[in-house]
Design a protein around this ligand. Structure first.
Ligand code: NAG
Ligand code: NAG
Ligand code: NAG
Ligand code: NAG
Ligand code: NAG
Length: 681
């Protein structure tokens, strides 16, 4: 009897052992050679990760163990105990932003009734949800707080029985084995998490535990969820086990399962061999993604603003430095300056760089950015495009002139309504500054005589030595510049022409400066070499006497310099006309007298009586004696100021300005409209 009892006991133990060992189960340490049934967007990676979702948004993925598992010994038997453990990881596309989640599922079929309905984790849909007839049990890892569902938060674990409304749910975390403290766990943290679920068939006890994956399986002692529920009405005899997951419409989330072991009616599921689990893809790109998502709109906005700002800057810069360049100008390449260079050279035409302002425009000092060469830039506002071609041709022609007594014209630049002429820089400025004015400095006789000879030589070059005859049109002290060694350099030639040309013939201007204009020039409006000689005569008297040709502040009879000098000459005391500043200087009386007489000779109101510049050169050299004035029949009347009383109405400023036009001169407009380079020689 005792033996029999023992036998029964042994048989029972054996049966129990056999049953336990024979209990269905499986273990996957990675899914490299696994034969799971997949659907939706589920798949495997090459290193054996089960990827429930790929990069597709708002879709579902399912993976089931291919064979059904018996959860009861007979259709009416008790639901057997079962146990499972798996390692999963949720990698959101955007760090800390995930929707939906994944779930471990026990289902009567491998095809879940769920569609793509949002919030149902691919398990249910609004029709199947909540009905006991669907026989679905799920353990959900929900990473989204669906507004219409009573979700606890966006990071919870729940047990779903036939319904997406969890029967039990808890915020994800685990209890520390040492002090029993609850430690939060972020499901979407991207790191692997191990989960355990056990069902005690006898006690109808369900326990769920999660913990971060450690190098060895270490299940926390206290479970996250621990409750009683009789699964008899839920689980049928034959069921499939697997996973379900879904992704949200905006961002996708990668749901990975690294390993999985399951056992029914045989105690605990087999421990996973953590060292064998496949590695997750490396993190890091996610951080960039987060940065991009947070920063992208900002970066985009910033880029757009930058691009717009750049375009505006470019347009403004282009407009600022815009030039007028026509086809015909291409030939003048080397004479053409870039506006940008001139702008930089003159520090943006700053007032501090202003050398002077005259009737034709303002002159600025500058340093060319490329060559560091000092320049003077004359800025002339000029609206007329008419005649510009001829004028520029002349400018370029002038640019080829080279004489030690001429200011070199280096080139030009054209903008809308503006012409810029680039000259060599003259450090000592203009001669009038030395003769009179507030900042007057003293020039002794030798210096003055050298200047006179220099100007004569420059003018002779223009009239007779250059390949074409060039009429200066505006000889006067303020157009004579002094270089570093006080050598005279004649400047501004040809500019008067700019104002003569291109304007309406009806309003042709006589250009020049009052006091230097020959009577016939004023009468006919026509500038010639002879009118230049007249102006040169006025200039000679100006330099010797140290005053302007017309001085309104002087006594009535002394206003006009040429008349004054003439009367001194007439009285036989011409030397008294000399600049008072020269009184203490050792002067060569013969030279002074000769120059004064030459001044009177040139100022003769009869054009035919004036000497040519070649003659003037000879007189100044002393190679030819000056003819006696009286023998030329010079008279007060002949030399006298030709403008009548009208001079009092005109400005006495020393600057050139276009005199007002009279009807008288309009008939000569076609004559004056010709080139100031009066043809070839
Ligand atoms: C995701 O999986 C589906 C189904 O296999 C496939 O059609 C789709 O191209 C995959 N998408 C990506 C981004 O791999
Ligand atoms: C995978 O599982 C299916 C369904 O049980 C079965 O038909 C197939 O033979 C299995 N394939 C392998 C390679 O085990
Ligand atoms: C993501 O959330 C966790 C927990 O809320 C936080 O510790 C972590 O700093 C967050 N990461 C980023 C990039 O915001
Ligand atoms: C799902 O079914 C439960 C009943 O079990 C119900 O309370 C809940 O509102 C349903 N949820 C949805 C989103 O239909
Ligand atoms: C679960 O709760 C029951 C009773 O509430 C308790 O007896 C059991 O020990 C708990 N299980 C675990 C694993 O703590």
């Amino acid at each position: 009897m005792a033996f029999l009892n023992l036998l029964v006991l042994v048989l029972q133990l054996l049966a129990a052992f056999v049953l336990q060992v024979g209990g269905a189960g499986f273990t996957y340490n990675g899914f490299r050679s696994a034969n799971l049934s997949l659907d939706g967007i589920a798949g495997f990676t090459s290193n054996g990760l089960l990827m429930l979702t790929n990069q597709t948004k708002q879709d579902t993925g399912h993976a089931f163990y291919p064979d059904p598992i018996d959860f009861r010994n007979s259709p009416d038997g008790e639901v057997l105990s079962f146990s499972t453990t798996f390692v999963f990881a949720i990698r959101p596309d955007v760090t800390n932003f995930s929707a939906e989640g994944l779930a471990f599922v026990i289902s009567p079929t491998k095809v879940l009734p769920g569609g793509r309905s949002l919030g149902f984790l691919g398990i249910f849909d609004p029709k199947t949800n909540g009905s006991l007839t669907n026989h679905i049990f799920a353990l959900e890892f929900d990473t989204f707080q669906t507004p219409i569902f009573p979700d606890l938060n966006d990071n919870h674990v729940g047990v779903d029985i036939c319904s997406i409304n969890s029967f039990q749910q808890k915020s994800a975390g685990y209890y520390d084995d040492e002090d029993g403290k609850f430690i939060d766990l972020t499901l979407i943290g991207g790191e692997p998490i191990q989960a355990w679920m056990d069902y005690d068939g006898a006690r109808k006890q369900i326990t769920v535990t999660i913990a971060p994956l450690k190098s060895a399986t270490k299940k926390p002692r206290i479970p996250l969820l621990n409750f009683t529920y009789d699964l008899s009405p839920v689980l049928k005899q034959s069921m499939y086990v697997g996973f379900s997951s879904s992704t949200a419409p905006i961002f996708f989330t990668n749901h990975y399962v690294l390993g999985w072991s399951f056992k029914v009616d045989g105690g605990m599921a087999e421990d996973l061999d953590i060292s064998q689990l496949p590695k997750l893809p490396r993190l890091g790109i996610k951080k960039v993604s987060y940065f991009l998502i947070a920063g992208l709109p900002l970066i985009c906005l910033l880029s757009i603003v930058l691009v717009i700002a750049g375009v505006i800057y470019h347009i403004r810069r282009k407009r600022k430095f815009a030039e007028v360049l026509e086809d015909w100008e291409v030939a003048y390449g080397p004479h053409r300056f870039k506006y940008k260079d001139l702008y930089i050279a003159t520090k943006g035409f700053r007032d501090t760089e202003l050398l002077g302002a005259g009737g034709f425009g303002s002159v600025y000092r500058g340093v060319l950015p490329t060559t560091r060469r000092q320049i003077a830039v004359k800025r002339i506002s000029h609206e007329s495009r008419q005649g510009m071609r001829e004028f520029v041709a002349e400018i370029v022609s002038i640019g080829r002139m080279s004489h030690r007594n001429l200011v070199s014209l280096l080139g030009y630049c054209r903008r809308k309504g503006e012409l810029l002429l680039v000259y060599e820089y003259m450090p000592n400025g203009s001669l009038d500054r030395f003769l009179y004015g507030t900042k007057k400095s003293f020039l002794n006789w030798d210096q003055r005589f050298r200047i006179i000879k220099g100007v004569a030589s420059g003018l002779f070059y223009l009239h007779e030595e250059w390949e074409q005859v060039v009429v200066h049109r505006d000889i006067k002290a303020s157009n004579v510049l002094l270089d570093g060694d006080l050598n005279a350099r004649l400047g501004d030639f040809g500019l008067a022409k700019l104002y003569d040309r291109g304007t309406d013939p009806q309003t042709t201007h006589v250009v020049g400066t009052v006091g230097y204009l020959a009577p016939e020039h004023y009468r006919t409006g026509r500038a010639t070499t002879v009118t230049d000689v007249y102006a040169f005569g006025a200039f000679l008297l100006e330099v010797v006497c140290g005053r302007r040709p017309i001085d309104p502040q002087a006594n009535k009879e002394d206003i006009i310099l040429v008349d004054l000098v003439y009367s001194y000459w007439n009285d036989g005391r011409i030397l008294e006309a000399v600049d008072k500043d020269l009184a203490n200087d050792v002067i060569n009386k013969d030279e002074v007298e000769m120059v004064l007489k030459l001044g009177l000779l040139c100022s003769n109101s009869d054009p035919m009586a004036r000497p040519t510049m070649q003659k003037v050169m000879l007189y100044l050299d002393g190679s030819m004696p000056l003819p006696e004035l009286s023998t030329l029949g010079v008279s007060v009347g002949a030399i006298g100021f030709p403008y009548g009383k009208s001079f009092q109405d005109v400005s006495t400023s020393n600057h050139s300005y276009p005199s007002s036009s009279g009807d008288l001169y309009s008939q000569f407009s076609h004559v004056t409209g010709g080139s100031f380079l009066s043809g070839g020689r």
